[in-house]
Design a protein around this ligand. Structure first.
Ligand SMILES: Nc1ncnc2c1ncn2[C@@H]1O[C@H](COP(=O)(O)OP(=O)(O)OP(=O)(O)O)[C@@H](O)[C@H]1O
Length: 389
């Protein structure tokens, strides 16, 4: 957010410049008075008072959403303040209301400019998203995370935290050819904007990850997000009340994102369409398979670009075939027990051993290939001791 002041009156003297800055600071004080805790306010006032010997008649103040890794209270206060400044000139607005809220909430949309004044100073607020912020930090959104916004706003109704899952394709213990297939698929997907447009399909891709617990389904999702620099939206299906809410939540996800619905087999309604038909009248209070399928089939096409959907399950055989049909889930990825090749990756990650430098590796690899052991179990073992031997 970049408010900048642009004086309308005589600006030739230092005094007038100082006045404009003072006016700006007073406006800030008022804003902070209204919305900030007292301790934070007095700290900021001291800072502002000491701040500058003005040299220019223009001042740009940058208020980032984040202050270090924390959310910035000044940004939040500015956001609330700007809601009061919405005028007939405002071109776009976000309007929303959750079931729990009594009133509608209106907020401004990124990209919008708001003109403001204080005393004799003109102010212009630009609500911008910097390219740097957009692409460098991968976020994990979920309905439980802090800082939920409003339906309809980008990322609204979702709280977010920075994704600090260190998993990458390099650290993922997986058959190298399977890994390459996924990376190639993601790359192809990214490059195919024009292709999707030409064939009249939504620019989205669906992946089904299936396999026993601890084989790296969540790690693969994090690796995909880190690779693509896409945000993750984690949806807990059981917390969604009905298809309508499902639709609203999904429409508030942003472009360049991965929507994750984990353990889809645990949601009974999703398993079997027959059962759903029988219970159609009873299922109004839940998310139904047809609700999900409708959404996957087309709803998204009108609502965004570069979307990836990932379903995970430990029991693929329990899912309704309708959900697994090609075109819905474009790629089915089997995450399975560790192989000797996967073990090499883990040994390199955890012990820093390059390849097969240790005399025991060959023997262990044979054991790994002859039994069912998950990468999670092996990782635990490899973390037990600093002594490699
Ligand atoms: N393929 C893998 N490569 C590297 N590490 C892995 C892999 N699979 C599991 N791990 C390790 O085990 C931990 C748990 O794995 P993860 O949560 O990704 O498995 P999952 O298949 O999603 O399990 P669940 O089905 O229980 O959610 C990870 O944090 C990671 O340390």
């Amino acid at each position: 957010m970049f408010p900048s002041s642009d004086n309308a009156f005589s600006l030739s003297t230092l005094f007038s410049v100082y006045a404009s800055i003072t006016g700006f600071m007073m406006l800030f004080r008022k804003m902070l008075n209204d919305f900030m805790p007292m301790q934070l306010r007095s700290y900021l006032f001291r800072l502002l008072d000491q701040l500058f010997t003005p040299k220019s008649n223009n001042l740009t103040v940058i208020i980032d959403e984040k202050f270090g890794s924390e959310s910035n209270h000044v940004f939040e206060a500015a956001e609330i303040y700007l809601r009061k400044k919405i005028s007939p000139d405002t071109k776009q607005l976000c309007v929303g209301k959750t079931t729990k809220e009594k009133h509608f909430t209106i907020s401004i949309v990124k990209g919008e400019e708001i003109f403001d004044s204080f005393e004799n100073s003109k102010m212009k607020w630009n609500y911008v998203e910097s390219e740097e912020n957009k692409f460098n930090e991968v976020k994990r959104y979920s309905k439980d995370a802090p800082g939920r916004g409003y339906y309809g706003s980008p990322g609204g109704s979702w709280g977010s935290i920075t994704l600090d899952h260190p998993s990458t394709f390099d650290t993922l213990a997986m058959d190298p050819s399977a890994k390459k297939k996924i990376i190639d698929d993601l790359e192809r997907f990214l490059k195919r904007k024009e292709f999707y447009k030409r064939v009249g399909k939504a620019w989205k891709r669906g992946y089904l990850l299936y396999g026993p617990p601890g084989t790296g389904k969540s790690s693969l999702i994090a690796a995909m997000a880190n690779y693509l620099k896409f945000d993750i939206f984690d949806l807990e299906l059981s917390s969604v009340q009905n298809n309508g809410e499902f639709k609203r939540i999904l429409l508030s996800t942003t472009n360049r994102s991965i929507l994750v619905i984990e353990d889809i087999d645990c949601n009974a309604e999703v398993r079997d369409r027959e059962a759903e038909n029988q219970e159609r009248n009873m299922s109004r209070g839940t998310v139904t398979l047809s609700g999900i399928l409708n959404f996957i089939d087309g709803l998204w096409s009108s609502a965004g670009d570069e979307r990836i959907i990932v379903f995970t399950t430990n029991h693929k055989e329990q899912l309704d075939p309708a959900l697994l049909r090609p075109g819905r889930m474009d790629m089915h990825i089997h995450m399975s027990y560790c192989t000797s090749l996967g073990f090499r990756t883990l040994v390199s990650n955890y012990l820093g051993l390059d390849g097969l430098n240790h005399p025991l590796c060959e023997e262990i690899e044979k054991l790994v290939d002859s039994t069912e052991v998950t990468p999670a179990e092996l990782s635990e073992e490899l973390m037990q001791d600093d002594d490699i031997d």
